[in-house]
Structures are given as structure tokens and as C-alpha cells.
Write a protein that binds this ligand. Structure first.
Ligand code: 3HC
Ligand code: NAI
Length: 708
């Protein structure tokens, strides 16, 4: 028997313990190990029942996701899957009890549902999260789950993939008993109680499958929800279809239909992208020269300077994580305004039922407004979020350097300024780092962690761990203008303007990117973030502009007209009081005028050109960032775009999208744009090189990012 499943038996019960850390995925050898154990138990006359349990932190977290990439790349053939194991569990002469702690996810829950009974501890979670990987349950989940929990709940679980806590799963009939005390002891006692008694297999229980009329309404509502909330995703629709098959076909035929749909999803580019994202989110935590063992500073208290848009949101993050925070402003009016905004945001969440008034009160109590540096001397971290200006930031860093304790981290939320120059205002540049939150800071999941040339490894390790504590995904980036996300966003938004100047319709530019899957088109994003933000930055950096190189004209002109976007109810679009956009004839007139002044004859621009120019503007800059080492791996860039810029997960991120399109093809298109539009489209040397060598971004420079 393999080490992956350990067999033991006592008092009439055989115990099979899955031993495949860290999460007991069903890697090759695990199903075989369970099968061996079942056979051994069948042959042992002293055994009347079997307990299947996970060692370590979970029951079974699902199929081994790494295996999927091997199958789709052709490295490995898809075998019989879990079918023989499920059949053996279901038909075992000695009833099998699944004993669940941690997670029973995906294939793990499917294994549990093939067992005679499922018992669990209160704190465990069960679920079919496959859709989050762009696939559907492939081992009978869509057929057995509705037989246990009913059609409506099964559809929801398979369509959205969210975990269900054990008490709720028990109420639904998915878990037979919730055990208090030791799981193993309880499961053994349960197994002794059912040994020798007849078992009703889940596949034979049809009483919860509903009537055709009831089900028609459930499936219609599910498809409607998919259209609204899961735009362009194929797996949720496939999951709905598979559960529907459970209600219309005999069990074995339903299994076949599920298998067909699973296969279709597995080989789609969507699932490759989403699996890339799954591993990517974990890869970004790995920093080659900052090992896991690096010491971290405990962060028990924080101080924030500036209670504006960002400072207030950042303070909420700390309070939400239970970390007390001092929030400093320059005037009572600004402080009151900042605190009132925080209060309003929390109150909205309470009104929407996200958390209780008591939680809100506790969080508010953790935030101490101040106009002085009182309380700063004890802070473990100080985060600066004042106006974007180097002189002001340096002044503030010099001030806090004088009062902060020596092991206090000094972080700046700057979005464009050099962390090294900011750090030069202090006597502790090793303790200085960028914490670039995204707006709204209490909502957006991304945190770019900007490494200065002197930032210590401990400060980096602490920042990465802190990101997790704050519920963010931290991505380490280098100290260059705009860091990674905004540096790429510049060319993207520049091209959006150029396209309009050259003849594209504003709505067409936004629609093409929305249809590609972006949360919003590039011009709408400008209106949302405020066109004045970029305008101010352009004015500050005007001295860096190269004469003769084309500049976008329209947003400066819109700003000169006082059209800053949604906040002034007008930017690219006009907005009503509910911030609904509509075309504005004034903007159309402006465009005509700007074209005339610039001597541009408008032309018809295809959707392909709009999409390629916008996407490859991102990719070309991303390639430079990668080559300069400002991002550690291409997947880091992808994770930034998914979590900070509304890039659709089923496209995997801009760099993955380029890989899957083919770097050769991307390079050709960039060369075309270079010929047509000049030096702004000079191909990044890395793209030229990868195209020549037939390689991908994912393979550069570390191999471990090529999971999918
Ligand atoms: N396969 C392979 N590796 C897995 C895995 C899986 N199913 N689940 C987790 N891992 C790996 C992670 O990549 C990570 O590796 P690393 O340390 O090298 O980065 C390690 O296990 C630990 O994972 P986390 O960092 O995510 O640990 P957490 O404790 O934060 O979370 C978890 C644990 C909740 C189980 C989370 O890992 C998770 O949600 N995993 C995926 C579960 C899933 O999607 N299951 C369905 C798989 S598809 C399937 O079963 C198809 C079936 O229908 C046939
Ligand atoms: P904001 O203008 O909303 O807030 C800045 C606040 O700082 C103001 O309330 C101001 O009174 C206060 N302030 C100025 N000097 C101060 C001082 N000496 N002490 C205490 N408070 C002081 O600006 P916002 O948008 O919050 O930006 C802050 C920083 O965050 C900037 O560096 C900006 O580049 C960065 N950032 C902004 C993002 C955004 O979308 N707004 C996104 C990411 C970063």
C-alpha cells in the first residue's frame, strides 16, 4: 500500500487516512491507495465498516489541479479518472463513512458523496468550486449533489462554486452528522453504529430531484443569473446543464453527460486561464530572494497620514483586520470629512446586511482621528497617503523618521513617485517601502508592494504577510514610474484616446473591451477614476515629454473644460445623478474640432484594431517591465491586472492572453502598429526575442510559473 493512504483497523472499523500534504489533493496514487485500503478492509473479516479521513489540515481539497495542465498539454492522457474509486466506495460491502474536517472540495466532496455516510466537524467546509477553475465537477458531483440537497441548491453550488459551512450542509442533508469532540473517534463510533446495516446509495435516491415544472423555473433563473453575473463564462452554463441532466436522464447517462461537459470545459482556453490564475495567486507570494523563513515584524498597530480618498480606505482595511489605527489630518474639517466618509461606508455595509452594527462600532472604535503625531511613536507601521507631491512626501517622511520607533515600517501610498527618493528623506531607507493600494482601497484586492533599492527583506516579508492579513493580494514590484499596473495603463489609455482621435466611436472603444470581458471600457474607467488625476500627472511630468512624439489630446481638452468625469457629471460621457452614462454632443463636437486642428482625417476602425491596439499596448509595456525585472514573473503582471484593473479571469491576464494568442502573432501585430504609428509602438526587445525563439512570457525567467 502507498504512503499516500495509511491503513489501520481496530474495534471492527478500518481507517483509511489520506496523507498527501498540504491539502490531500487526489494526486496520482491517492485514489489507488484508497482502493487498496477498501480491498483490504473487504478481505478482513474483523472489519464491519470503514472510515475515510484526511490527515493534516483537510479531508480532500479536490483533484490535483496540476494534473489538468498535463492532460490539456498532451503530456498525459486523461485516464479513467475517479470512476473506479467512486464505484468501489459506493458498492463497498463494508459501508464507508467520510469523516470531514478542513475542506471537502471538488473531487473531495465527490468522493464523500459516493460514501455511504458523511460526518463532519462544525468548522469544516464543503463545496464544488470547479467553476472557479473554468471547469465543472467531473466525478459525479452534478449528479449526486442534487440527490442529496435538492436541485436548486445543487445548481447554486455547482454554478457559483462557493463553499458551504457544515451546519448549513447538515441542514441540507449533505452531511449526516455533525460531530463534537474528536472527529476520528466520533467517526469510528458512527461507523460502528451503521456496520452491517443496509445502505441506500446516493445514486438511487431520486426523491429530491423535483418535478419538471419546478425544475424549469430553477434552471431558467440560474441561466438568467449566469448571464448577469457570469458574463461570457462557459463553465457555469455547463454546470447548470449537467445538473439539469441529473433531473432528466438516468444516473449513468447523467454521468456521461457530465463527463462530456467536463471535457469540453477542461480543454477550453477559459479553464487554462483560470487555472493559471489559481496558481498565479499563490506564485506571487514567492519571492526568490526573500525566503519563506525571513523574519517578519509583528504589526499590531498602525498610523496613517492623510484621511482623503485613499487614507480613509486604508484605515478601514486595518480596522477590518482588527488592527488599531491612528488617522492624521492637517485640519479638523478634513479630519471630520474623512471620518464621516468612513462612517458612511460602514453604515452602507450594515444597511446591506454585510455585517452587524456591533461590528461597525467595533471597527470605528479602532480608528483614532488626530491632528497631531500623538500615538505615532508606538506604531508598528506608518502609511503616508497625502497629496501626490515629492516635496510634501519628503517633508513628511523626515518628520515621521524623527518620531517613529526604529523598527517601524514607513510606507508610502504614492502612485507615481520614486520610493528611493522618498526614502532618502529618512535615516532608515531599509525600513521604507511602497504600499500602493487601489481605489477604493477598502474594496480593491490588489496591493502593489514597491521595493526600493534599500528596502530590507524583512520589510518585504512583513508587507507580503500584512497584505494577506488585510485581505489583499500583495504583488512585489520594482520602483519605476507608475510601478507595474499604472505604467502599463498609461499606453492602454493613450491608445484609447488615439483611437477616438483617428475616428473610432467612444462607445465602440468601450464596448469592444467590455465585450472582451473587461469590467469597464478604458474611457469609462477614466471618467470613474477622474480625468484630472492623469492631467495633473501629465502637467507635472511635461518636462519629460519628447518633442515630435504624438501625444493624446482629448483628455487634456476635456479637463480644460472642467469635465473631470463622473465627479463633475461629465467627462467622455455625460452622467445623470445616478451616474448613468450617455453620449454628449459637446464631446462629439470637441472631437471633430481636435481632429481638424491636428490634421487627422477620420477613418473607419475595425473592432479587431481597437482590441489589438489596446491589449498589445498593455503587453508591449508589460514585456519591458518584465525584462527590466520590475515584475518578478509574467504571472505577477497578470495577477495585478486581474485584481486592480478589472481584467477578466477567464482571459488569464494580459501576458497570459499574449502567450495563448502566440507571441509570434502579437509581435507581428505590434510591428504593424509600429510602422503605422511610429516610435510609441517600438516592439519591446523581449517580445522580439521570445517570438524568434518560439517561447512564452510564462517561461521567462522562472520555470515555476508555468503550472497550467
Ligand atoms: N491541487 C493541487 N494543488 C493544490 C490544490 C489542488 N486541488 N489545492 C491547493 N493546492 C496547493 C496550492 O497550490 C498551494 O501550493 P503552494 O504551497 O506550492 O503554493 C498549497 O496547496 C496550499 O494551498 P493554499 O495556499 O491555497 O492553502 P490555503 O490553506 O489558503 O487554502 C484550500 C486551502 C482552501 C484547499 C485552497 O487551496 C483551495 O481552494 N484549493 C483548490 C480547491 C479546488 O478548487 N478543488 C477542486 C479541484 S478540481 C476537481 O476536484 C475536479 C473534480 O471534479 C474531478
Ligand atoms: P486626497 O486628496 O483625497 O487625500 C489626501 C489627503 O491628505 C487630504 O485629505 C489632505 O488634507 C491630506 N494631507 C495633505 N497633507 C497632509 C499632512 N501634512 N498631514 C496629514 N494629512 C495631509 O488624495 P488621495 O486620492 O487619497 O491620494 C493620496 C495618495 O494616494 C497620493 O499619493 C496618490 O497618488 C495616491 N493614490 C491615489 C489613488 C486614487 O485613486 N485616488 C490610487 C492609489 C494611490
Amino acid at each position: 500500500m502507498s504512503d499516500l493512504v495509511i491503513y489501520s483497523s481496530a474495534n471492527g472499523v478500518a481507517v483509511l487516512t489520506v496523507n498527501n500534504p498540504p491539502v490531500n489533493a487526489l494526486s496520482p496514487g491517492v485514489p489507488e491507495g484508497i482502493l487498496d485500503g477498501l480491498q483490504k478492509a473487504a478481505q478482513d473479516p474483523s472489519v464491519g465498516a470503514v472510515v475515510l479521513i484526511g490527515g493534516g489540515r483537510s479531508f480532500i481539497a479536490g483533484a490535483d489541479i496540476k494534473e489538468f495542465g498535463k492532460i490539456t498539454s498532451g503530456e498525459k492522457k486523461r485516464g479513467v479518472g475517479l470512476a473506479p474509486l467512486l464505484a468501489a466506495l459506493e458498492d463497498s460491502p463494508k459501508p464507508v463513512v467520510a469523516a470531514i474536517h478542513g475542506q471537502a472540495f471538488g473531487g473531495g466532496l465527490e468522493v464523500a458523496m459516493a460514501c455511504a455516510y458523511r460526518v463532519a466537524i462544525d468548522a469544516a467546509n464543503v463545496g464544488q468550486p470547479e467553476v472557479k477553475l473554468g471547469i465543472i465537477p467531473g466525478a459525479g458531483g452534478t449528479q449526486r449533489l442534487p440527490r442529496l440537497v435538492g436541485v436548486e441548491k445543487a445548481v447554486a453550488m455547482c454554478q457559483f462554486g462557493d463553499p458551504v459551512k457544515v451546519p448549513a450542509a447538515h441542514a441540507l442533508g449533505l452531511i449526516d452528522a455533525v460531530l463534537e469532540g474528536g472527529l476520528l473517534e466520533g467517526a469510528i463510533a458512527f461507523a460502528q453504529g451503521i456496520a452491517g446495516k443496509p445502505v441506500r446509495r446516493v445514486r438511487d435516491r431520486n426523491e429530491k430531484l423535483g418535478t419538471a415544472a419546478e425544475n424549469a423555473a430553477i434552471f431558467a433563473a440560474a441561466r438568467d443569473a449566469a448571464a448577469k453575473r457570469q458574463r461570457a463564462l462557459m463553465a457555469p452554463l455547463a454546470a447548470i446543464q449537467a445538473v439539469e441532466a441529473a433531473t432528466t436522464l438516468p444516473f449513468e447517462d447523467g454521468i456521461k453527460e457530465e463527463g462530456r461537459l467536463f471535457q469540453e470545459c477542461l480543454f477550453s482556453s477559459q479553464s487554462k486561464a483560470m487555472i493559471h490564475v489559481f496558481f498565479g495567486e499563490r506564485t506571487v507570494a514567492k519571492i526568490p530572494d526573500v525566503p519563506k523563513e525571513t523574519a517578519v515584524f509583528p504589526i499590531r498597530s498602525a498610523a496613517i497620514i492623510g484621511a482623503g480618498t485613499m487614507g480613509g480606505g486604508i484605515a478601514m482595511n486595518y480596522a477590518n483586520a482588527g488592527i488599531p489605527v491612528v488617522l492624521k489630518e492637517t485640519s479638523q474639517a478634513a479630519l471630520d470629512k474623512g471620518v464621516a466618509t468612513i462612517r458612511k461606508n460602514y453604515a452602507n455595509s450594515v444597511a446591506k446586511g454585510r455585517f452587524s452594527q456591533e461590528t461597525m462600532d467595533r471597527r470605528m472604535a479602532l480608528i483614532t482621528p488626530t491632528l497631531s503625531y500623538d500615538g505615532f511613536a508606538d506604531a508598528d507601521i506608518i502609511v503616508e497617503a497625502v497629496f501626490e507631491g515629492m516635496a510634501l512626501k519628503k517633508e513628511i517622511f523626515a518628520e515621521v523618521d524623527a518620531i517613529a520607533k526604529s523598527d517601524c515600517i514607513l510606507a508610502s501610498n504614492t502612485s507615481t513617485l520614486s520610493i528611493d527618493e522618498i526614502a532618502s528623506a529618512t535615516k532608515r531607507p531599509h525600513m521604507v517601502i511602497g504600499h500602493h493600494f487601489f481605489s477604493p482601497a477598502n474594496v480593491m484586492r490588489l496591493l502593489e508592494i514597491v521595493r526600493g533599492k534599500s528596502t530590507s527583506k524583512e520589510v518585504i516579508a512583513t508587507s507580503m504577510a500584512l497584505a494577506k492579513t488585510l485581505g489583499k493580494i500583495g504583488v512585489l514590484v520594482g520602483n519605476c514610474r507608475g510601478f507595474v499596473g499604472n505604467r502599463m495603463f498609461g499606453p492602454y489609455r493613450r491608445e484609447a484616446q488615439f483611437l477616438v482621435e483617428e475616428g473610432a466611436d467612444i462607445e465602440a472603444v468601450d464596448r469592444v473591451m467590455y465585450d472582451f470581458g473587461m469590467a469597464m471600457g478604458p474611457l469609462q474607467v477614466g471618467d470613474l477614476a477622474g480625468l484630472d488625476v492623469g492631467w495633473r500627472i501629465r502637467k507635472e511630468f511635461r518636462h519629460l515629454e519628447v518633442p515630435g512624439v504624438r501625444k493624446p489630446l482629448l483628455e487634456d481638452r476635456l479637463c480644460e473644460m472642467g469635465r473631470y468625469g463622473q465627479k463633475t457629471l461629465g467627462g467622455w460621457y455625460a452622467y445623470d445623478e445616478n451616474r448613468r452614462p450617455k453620449r454628449d454632443p459637446m464631446v462629439e463636437e470637441l472631437i471633430v474640432k481636435v481632429r481638424e486642428q491636428a490634421g487627422i482625417t477620420p477613418r473607419a476602425i475595425s473592432e479587431d484594431e481597437i482590441r489589438d491596439r489596446l491589449l498589445y499596448a498593455l503587453v508591449n509595456e508589460g514585456a519591458r517591465i518584465l525584462e527590466e525585472g520590475m515584475a518578478l514573473r509574467s504571472v505577477d503582471i497578470d495577477i495585478i491586472y486581474l485584481n486592480g484593473y478589472g481584467f477578466p479571469p477567464h482571459r488569464g491576464g494580459p501576458m497570459f492572453h499574449a502567450d495563448i494568442t502566440g507571441i509570434g502573432k502579437v509581435y507581428e501585430r505590434i510591428q504593424e502598429f509600429h510602422q503605422q504609428h511610429g516610435p510609441l509602438w517600438t516592439p519591446a526587445p523581449l517580445i522580439e526575442r521570445l517570438a524568434r525563439e518560439g517561447r512564452t512570457f510564462a517561461g521567462f525567467p522562472y520555470q515555476e510559473s508555468t503550472h497550467a
